[in-house]
Design a protein around this ligand. Structure first.
Ligand SMILES: CC(C)(COP(=O)(O)OP(=O)(O)OC[C@H]1O[C@@H](n2cnc3c(N)ncnc32)[C@H](O)[C@@H]1OP(=O)(O)O)[C@@H](O)C(=O)NCCC(=O)NCCS
Length: 238
């Protein structure tokens, strides 16, 4: 069950489910099965099947319904929601994937955005930061010792993505026009140029993540309780 203020986080080690692709395909809708056949690589197709089927399976237990019956609708920027005609259209979710991991965030009614990135050396990191980050964020990144910059870069990146995904407005959000205090243990929005009220509306969280990855969450409201779930042990006992 999802209680008020709870946000449940599920990490999925994708490779662990590769031998279940055939079974998991059975949870997909007809449209999703068709989509899974259109990927260029089998790897991407399998990833899509695994992540979509597990999303349906987890949502099915939260909503107490057959995973196959769940209908989704995307907003104008591609953010998926439970279809507004469904019995329970309040439950919110968001997901992200990178490398071998998928991650989901589920909440009872708080809008969320989650982002995971596999950390790796970024050759043009300074140029990327100057292009996508606000001046405050670039300054904070550059003030760090060189050895800490790669991890900090991905922290900032995932927090910005998480906020953009929580807003649900995709590339229409100007990335350099908002700033996050991304190095703090309690990260927060510092400014949002197009609407100063935004900084009071969203919480930003560091999410405990498998080694080699960085994950961040943005959620509407404050004082959420973050609860970690295990997809391999916990299918039916949310
Ligand atoms: C749409 C967008 C949010 C997806 O992010 P991504 O890092 O490419 O991919 P992720 O793995 O994190 O998330 C993908 C999932 O997010 C969800 N999603 C799609 N569009 C979304 C949107 N507008 N808002 C929130 N979630 C969205 C979907 O469930 C998608 O799953 P799918 O791949 O199975 O369809 C992203 O492409 C985008 O618009 N980014 C803008 C910000 C940017 O350029 N940042 C640069 C670094 S700061």
């Amino acid at each position: 069950m999802l209680a008020d203020k709870e946000i449940h986080i599920w990490f999925i080690p994708i490779d662990n489910f590769l031998n279940e692709v055939e079974k998991l395909t059975g949870f997909l809708s007809k449209e999703e099965v068709l989509k899974s056949g259109k990927f260029y690589s089998e790897n991407d197709s399998n990833k899509f099947i695994i992540l979509r089927a597990i999303l349906r399976k987890i949502l099915g237990t939260y909503l107490d319904t057959d995973p196959q019956n769940i209908r989704f609708k995307n907003n104008a920027f591609g953010k998926p929601y439970i279809h507004p005609d469904s019995d329970d259209d309040k439950t919110k979710f968001n997901l992200s994937h990178s490398g071998n991991y998928g991650v989901y965030a589920f909440s009872r009614d708080a809008e969320t955005g989650i982002d995971i990135e596999k950390t790796r050396p970024v050759i043009d990191m300074n140029a990327m930061a100057k292009r996508f980050f606000s001046t405050k964020e670039v300054d904070a990144l550059m003030s760090l010792p060189q050895g800490e910059q790669m991890n900090a870069f991905f922290k900032c990146w995932t927090m910005k993505e998480a906020y953009v995904k929580a807003c649900g407005k995709g590339f229409s959000v100007p990335l350099d026009k908002f700033a996050i205090d991304f190095m703090s243990d309690s990260p927060k929005l510092l400014n949002v140029d197009w609407d100063p009220e935004e900084i009071t509306k969203w919480a930003i969280y560091n999410i405990n993540t498998p080694t080699g990855y960085v994950t961040s969450l943005a959620a509407a409201g404050h004082n959420h309780q973050i609860i970690y779930r295990d997809a391999e042990k916990n299918w039916d006992s949310q």
